[in-house]
Design a protein. Structure first.
Length: 327
């Protein structure tokens, strides 16, 4: 019998396998945040939050993405993980494997990195370069957050409301349009969301400072996949309502052109770089006064992910989303 391959597990189970190994070598107090959006190092009254993401040109950068936008996205995916914890960005480290680019392309790539670092207030403070057959960008973001304000995936309780910080499906629609080679005229907003996403660092700061959020994560691998993360970490269930989902008309229009279900783009694809979070009803009402929130459902006791469709019927959703290392 041939040995099992990592593709039989996928990224999330592979990470759990790594965490279980790490837990046998270190004390729980030394592994704060492991398995969350960023690791946490105890710095007295604060946590130092650290996260890392690897982007590969052929897998993560859609056609027509400029070198400048590649650099921007590399920083943004890391800043989104800091935002999910409520951490304020402090610095960025970048390692790159590069083919023999012309200098104009290289300068454009670095310009995108620098502009994003400036936008998020996280200076580029180090890294490494090497040769590669294609562009590979490995970023590490460093942030900090007061211990009493940190947002985690755990903490959701039955009765809490579920909300997102912005529209769902636009990034997915833009990416799919680019991948299909379809004429993107009329879909400029979706394409912009795909090529130049923005991490919700400012919104996360307001959420963290309020102290009202019970759990949170970012939506980069799909809403349902991320709700599954909150469910597993909190030991609860999630129910969302189709009529409450903030899916812009452009997503439905793109889905029609692509021949796909718009809910597939909104629920499973990812690439939205919004935050999904929970809070008690009175806390959510207070949050809605300091920032824009879209309430999409509620936390339930049964450990499942449920959808109430537009006809009022309830059914369970299979937890899936974008995942590396799958065949």
């Amino acid at each position: 019998m041939p040995p099992d391959r990592i593709s039989s597990l996928g990224e999330k189970k592979l990470i759990s396998r790594i965490i279980s190994r790490s837990a046998s070598f270190f004390r729980p107090s030394e592994l704060l945040g492991l398995g969350d959006d960023a690791a946490l190092l105890d710095m007295g009254n604060e946590y130092l939050a650290l996260t890392s993401d690897l982007l590969i040109e052929s897998r993560h950068f859609p056609p027509k993405m400029s070198h400048h936008d590649m650099g921007w996205k590399t920083v943004t995916v890391n800043m989104s993980d800091l935002a999910a914890m409520g951490a304020a960005p402090e610095g960025f480290i970048l390692s790159m494997a590069l083919p023999d680019l012309d200098l104009e392309s290289f300068d454009s790539l670095i310009s995108g990195v620098m502009e994003a670092c400036s936008y998020y207030g996280a200076p580029l403070i180090g890294g490494d370069t090497n040769e590669g057959d294609e562009i590979i960008m490995a970023g590490t973001a460093i942030g900090r957050i007061r211990k009493d304000l940190v947002m985690m995936k755990s903490g959701a309780r039955p009765g809490d409301l579920i909300a997102v910080t912005g529209p769902l499906g636009l990034g997915a629609a833009g990416t799919e349009l680019l991948l299909s080679g379809t004429d993107t005229a009329g879909f400029e907003v979706a394409v912009e969301k795909s090529l130049k996403p923005i991490a919700r660092v400012k919104e996360a700061s307001r959420m963290a400072r309020s102290g009202l959020v019970s759990s949170a994560t970012d939506i980069t691998d799909g809403l349902i996949s991320e709700l599954g993360e909150l469910r597993d970490a909190s030991g609860v269930g999630m129910r969302i309502h189709e009529v409450k989902l903030p899916v812009p008309p452009q997503v439905s229009e793109a889905a029609s052109v692509l021949g796909v279900d718009p809910l597939e783009l909104a629920l499973y694809y990812g690439e939205d770089f919004e935050l999904v979070f929970t809070a008690p009803p009175d806390a959510m009402e207070e949050l809605s006064r300091i920032m824009k929130v879209h309430i999409i459902g509620e936390v339930i006791e049964s450990p499942s992910i449920e959808m109430v469709d537009k006809h009022g019927d309830t059914y369970k959703l299979h937890v899936r989303g974008y995942e590396h290392l799958r065949p």
